[in-house]
Design a protein around this ligand. Sequence first.
Ligand code: DGJ
Length: 540
Amino acid sequence: MCCCIEFNEMRARYLHLGLLLLCLSVSAQTDSAPHLERRGTAVQLMVNGKPFLILGAEIHNSSSSSLDYMKPIWPRLAAIPLNTVLTPLSWELIEPEEGKYDFALVDGLIQQARESNLHVVFLWLASWKNGMSSYAPLWLKRDTRRFPRVEENGNEVEILSTLGRATMDADSRAFAATLRHIRELDGQNHTVLMMQVENEVGVLGNTRDHSAAADKAFASAVPPELTSHLRKHHDTLYPDLRELWDSNGAKTSGTWTEVFGNTPRADEIFMAWNYGRYVNHVAASGKAEYSLPMYVNTWLAGEDATPGVYPSGGPQPRVIDVWKAAGSAIDIYSPDIYAPNFAEWCDRYHRAGNPLFIPEAAGGATGEANAFYALGEHDAICFSPFGIDSWNDQKNDLGNSYEVLAQLTPLILQHQGADETTGFVLDKSHPSVSRVMNGYLLFISLDEIFGSSADKGFGLIVATGPNEFVGAGRGFRVKFEPRSAGPAHAGIGYVEEGKFASTVWTPGRRLNGDENDQGQYWRFAPQTTSIEKVVVYRFE
Ligand code: DGJ
């Protein structure tokens, strides 16, 4: 008996201790900074211990330089509804005098974001913005000896050189001070989720920097860290880079032209290495103070364009491996996708462990559709069209999409990384796609009923359970065919429209008439963006 009491007491104590430890570990997790975590094949942004999907938008470059200007904008953005605003922070306003930091803007922006219940991703517009150096502080711009410029055709241009050690150190110091300040202010609240380091870097106007320091470095040996990285990761290198290196003999030593050939491609790789070294140094200095996830964004090259027409050395897909060799403080390489071949760019960036994070994109009806594609097909962490604060009607296409995507977010996050989600955009030139999910082939095509067919369609489908799918979007229909053992045919049991609150589904109408073409198709009419659940069954 006595033994039993002791045993029970001991058990109770252990239980108590266990609970305490559990609480501590949960709270430790909750307090940890936003960070990235792998889930299956996906990478998720963890905020307060839970995965988070950024349904965002970026404001214009200079809007956040004035708190008064921003004041009425936040509630309008929250009403769209966004959950995160990509917000520029310029070095010139943070360090107007060398060594004297002014964080009033950082404090004010965080405060304003909190009042509207929004998160923020800060864009560090410092040494470079769209290749140029316009947002560097004036004291630094004036001192071209200490802070050297890129030279093109014998002239200095208004682009800071990557080879200016003092410039890199000054930028890194300011970034580190900013991250320290953000940690002190926000380390427990996590209003600030991530940092973009610089903006669309690369040399414009020429294939590379031709300053004396750059010419000397270009005529010297390729650093062994780069060639050993290429050798180690040979099989997963971006095919373009692998082919270039192989076709020049896959050399592990030599000058830049010896290793990469005497073409503008060698210049671009040289610049990518130097921007990679510099930007990774800035990012690492910030992370040492507050380890938020960090990404760089890319002004995408037009097909067949020469480096210098677009910023040469920025993280184009074919030089991301060079950036990776140059450092590891950058977590994500991101595309700014304004081009119409959105899906191709997603493929080019969502590879070799690089998650898809889209900080800038076209908005309007295009953005409305592409958000579904990026999140459904590529496990994207973020979708964010550019220039949201000047859109006249913000309760528009993007708002319709985001309202639906916000409802689906817990479901998407739960099924990411396991081949259980898909996304698609359809039009007359690309009217259908097929996907195999959950033991079925889904033939997804532009919606059609009684001889009238949609011009455009987009959507996202999640396989939520055996024989069950949740979908959202508009202008498409789905036919099911079995792709697993069992009866030969698949039929639609029933379709219901509805809404999600967290993961709880509240059904609305049962759609088993014209709305699903009398059981022939799972349909999403072209007029509105809706959410529907379908239950499929098998028969001989
Ligand atoms: C890309 C830049 O990154 C943005 O800051 C902005 O200037 C847009 N282009 C404008 O389209």
